[in-house]
Design a protein around this ligand. Sequence first.
Ligand code: BF8
Length: 656
Amino acid sequence: MARRESIDPAVVETLAKARSDGVTTVFDRASLTAPCPIGHNGACCSNCFMGPCRLIGKTDVGLCGATKATVAARNLAREIASGAAAHSDHGRDMALALLAAAEGDAPDYEIKDERKLAKVAQYLNVAVDGRAKEEIAKDVALAALGNFTSTKKEVDAVGQAPPKRQEIWRRLGVSPRGIDREIVEVLHRTHVGNDQDAEHILTQALRCAIGDGWGGSMLGTDISDILFGTPGPVAARANLGVLSEDEVNIVVHGHEPTLSEMVVAAVNEPELVEYARSKGAKGINLVGICCTANEILMRQGVPVVGNFLSQELAIVTGVVDAMVVDIQCIMQALVGVAEHYHTKVITTSPKARITGATHVEFDEHRALEIAREIVRLGIDNFPNRKEARIPAYTNHLVAGFSHEYINYMQGGAYRGSFRPLNDSIMSGRIRGAAGVVGCNNARVTQDDAHLYVVKELIKNDVLVVTTGCNAIACAKEGLLTPEVMDLAGPGLREVCQTIGIPPVLHMGSCVDNSRILTVLAQCATEGGLGEDISDLPVAGFAPEWMSEKALSIGAYFVASGVTTWMGVGSPVSNSDAVVNIITDVWKEKLGAAYYFEPDPEKAVKEALAHIDAKRRALKLEEYSPTRYATSAGYFPGDYLGSEEFERASYRRTQTA
Ligand code: BF8
């Protein structure tokens, strides 16, 4: 039986259109090209030109003598470094934008959130009293940039972690000294003939990943909040049905909010709306894909077209007049797909061009002017539309759960804290919490594992926080709404109803996984759940990961004390020694393990057992699914009985 490609009906419908249009997409290429069986599990070493050496069969060392363990560890370390570089370079760009804004060189940006500015100033040791916000912002930007190139013992941002975690990092020698430095050191150590002890190599990979999560990514998130506002709940819609038949559709795709926020401003300008009308359109419809979508969804409520595997299909609808891309997760194939339709693919980053695309280079000093130019290109392209078909699928969602808002919603402006959440976990109303994040991967059914993991967790009273492409999968399925309470276990449901939140909280883009770190740090220091993140009954998941960024995120979750299950397959399974290091050895050293488990059902089972073990270690009430919210069988609202609940519960697709 052929593998099911996606469980998203909008994707299935549009994929059929692509095929009847003679257009090839990632789904077809996944059938045509199998993953390289040697590189896939860490058996290939291409670190010098004596190779690549294939450590398979009777060959268990490379020409230089590098063992299976060294090769698998070096490959994983390099992948983590690349992911950390991507997130952190994004963070650096946000710091440069803040600097330009503070110095008056980027007139279209402003310091929107002064409270956040003061908070970031505090952890970067920047004085605030009696100073103008521009002065503070300039010093914050310079201090942030200094964290990348720091020559100190450790970067300032790491001070956000619970004290006990910081001690562990110092003891193990993994506290990052400079965000850039740790990335460079991974590349240096993994050069031929250098660090050749798998555990030692992977210790440096941890240091690099911590520099990403608690450094580059955290700075990226925090500075975005300063410039564009800290998110609070917003309602929006998701899936291919958000595209419009009679308006100019501009799709922003990529990761950085600097340009996309300006596009939001431009499409609302009356002159441009009028210009769109002059071309026969009813208006301008701005929508997003991947993490730049998450950024402007979280702050502006801009609708989301889809996640990673939906990007080509947006063009296949025939109604995308401009697809505006910046950095990361943008398929080169977009240009070829666009040739079959009328879409203009516009690259904008000085760091990322695609042969055949139109390039309009973004410059934060002229941000709005460039955004207007890009929008005009889309409008000019509207009359070129040919045959179009938009699948009639959208779902409602609520997003915008920054850690600041989660704090606020548990007591308001004056009494906000993590106390109610901690209390709910301690009493067993909530069994634990999980971060479910990460990509789509064309080797597995799109969104299937994502939705299975999330639905199983909330059914078992585990509160879910989500980011990245998992968040978009949840949005498309309607899981980011209070209506989904029917699928939550009774204790979790009661808590969510009391606070007025869905059981699945959208916390933002992949860089915003740093928000999850902040929530974990606050839960650990609030009291009652131990003193460190590794004491908490929590788990991490990336059920459909594919990018190096996902590996870095997984590694910094583990380094922070969160046992994490990555789906799809293992990039290190060629070496039992490396598998042992990242699971048992790291569990011993860091209090958390890094698992690669392709079976999501097994992963959820293991994670629930892990959460229960953490509860026992904290001597908390034993979790019982029937203790809470069962008084006379009454649930406020029109909820399902247990039989219907079982029937409505998500069944994972069986794939052959
Ligand atoms: O940074 S989840 S496919 S879009 S890498 Fe990319 Fe993966 Fe999606 Fe966002 Ni994150």
